[in-house]
Design a protein around this ligand. Structure first.
Ligand code: KG4
Ligand code: ZN
Length: 351
């Protein structure tokens, strides 16, 4: 087996990646983000996402093949995300992958979207598989759709040990940005504003203590920010909009305090994991929020202090894309873990 093609359509990104098994390298990672299409609806509109996947999946596949400088007949296996995700979005990728695998008489590999995020940090910035990966390690997977901590025992074995009880961390970035009229996605804008105040903590937003110390709750943090702004007269709950007191200075202070709070929450979870699982060799940080330079640095410094390795994905693998699906499929192909042609999406699966 030489080339594996990975397909990702679980939410609002149509992605195709191609992994070269001999070189252990991701040759192509092409994706189309539907963010702009969904913006006007204030969130992902499932039917629109599904229809857009249908339109984009073929041209994106063709672009990935061009990028990898190969043709479809050279693909040796087809991999696809089957869960978790939006039913109607997952269906497009699964039907497409099944059709290709069946028509070309090649193996089919089903991938858990979370598995994709977990292995996204297994390649270096040249998209080549790292050869010094250590297990077991913990993976902090944080994006607009998920906030989960996984215990990763091997490239194929992982289990969630903590999850968000309400909003995902990225969602909190986006909602707070919306309250302050900053635009979407909120994460990068909040980071820029926070840097202006040197990541100082002005408001000491709450760091919740939860029963399972690995779980997250970001909805409370979002509410604390909102009520702080209401108390300061910068946001009107009645009119559901900001007032003239929402100054640039206040936005920067809120952004800075919020980001420091997110850092503290993440570090506390990691510290708890290191104490609970003494065999942990490394920590990885993946998903859309792992684009944040401040969090990258703070989590990295923390791991260094505890003498643990720290794995980050290359930037292009932080968001949802097919590259990570092709990498996960490589490990499943090594284990000869293939699916039958009547593969279906896994409905109602959160993890
Ligand atoms: O993985 P992703 O592209 O899509 C989802 O699965 O949600 O993640 C997008 C999320 C958004 O919530 C966005 O605000 C956040 O990642 N994000 C960031 C940064 N860049 C993107 N959050 C914090 N800091 C950033 N620099
Ligand atoms: Zn994702």
């Amino acid at each position: 087996m030489k080339y594996i093609l990975g397909i990702e359509t679980s939410c609002d990104e149509t992605g195709v990646g191609i992994f070269d098994v001999e070189q252990k390298k991701l040759l192509a990672n092409v994706f189309f983000s539907q963010i702009d299409l969904h913006k006007e609806f204030g969130g992902v509109l499932p039917e629109l996402a599904s229809r857009t996947h249908l339109e984009k999946i073929k041209p994106i596949t063709q672009q990935a093949l061009q990028k990898a400088k190969i043709n479809l007949d050279q693909i040796d296996a087809y991999a696809v995300t089957t869960h978790p995700g939006l039913t109607t979005s997952l269906l497009i990728g699964v039907c497409f992958a099944k059709s290709l695998a069946f028509a070309k008489k090649k193996p089919l590999i089903e991938i858990n979207h979370n598995h994709g995020h977990i292995v996204s940090s297994f390649v270096d910035n040249n998209l080549i598989l790292k050869n010094d990966l250590e297990f077991e390690h913990i993976c902090v997977s944080i994006s607009g759709g998920h906030s989960t901590i996984f215990l990763v025992n091997s490239p194929l074995e992982f289990a969630p040990i903590g999850n968000t009880l309400d909003d995902a961390a990225g969602e909190a970035f986006d909602k707070i940005a919306k309250i302050m009229d900053l635009g979407y996605p909120g994460g990068p804008i909040i980071e820029t504003l926070a840097a202006k105040k040197n990541f100082e903590d002005f408001f000491s937003f709450p760091r919740p203590e939860l029963e399972n110390k690995f779980d997250f709750s970001f909805s409370g943090l979002k509410t604390s920010v909102l009520y702080k702004l209401v108390k300061l007269g910068a946001y009107s709950l009645k009119e559901k909009k900001s007032t003239h007191l929402m100054t640039q200075d206040l936005k920067e202070k809120i952004a800075s305090s919020f980001l420091v709070c997110v850092r503290d929450i993440l570090l506390k979870k990691i510290e708890h994991a290191l104490k609970t699982y003494p065999n942990i060799k490394a920590v990885s940080f993946v998903g859309g929020v792992s684009n944040n330079n401040y969090l990258r640095k703070e989590l990295g410094d923390f791991c260094e202090k505890f003498n643990k390795k720290f794995y980050l994905p290359p930037r292009q693998l932080t968001t949802d894309q097919g590259g990570m699906i092709a990498i996960a499929a490589y490990f499943k192909a090594l284990a000869k873990d293939f699916s039958s042609y009547d593969l279906d999406i896994k409905r109602f699966s959160r993890l």
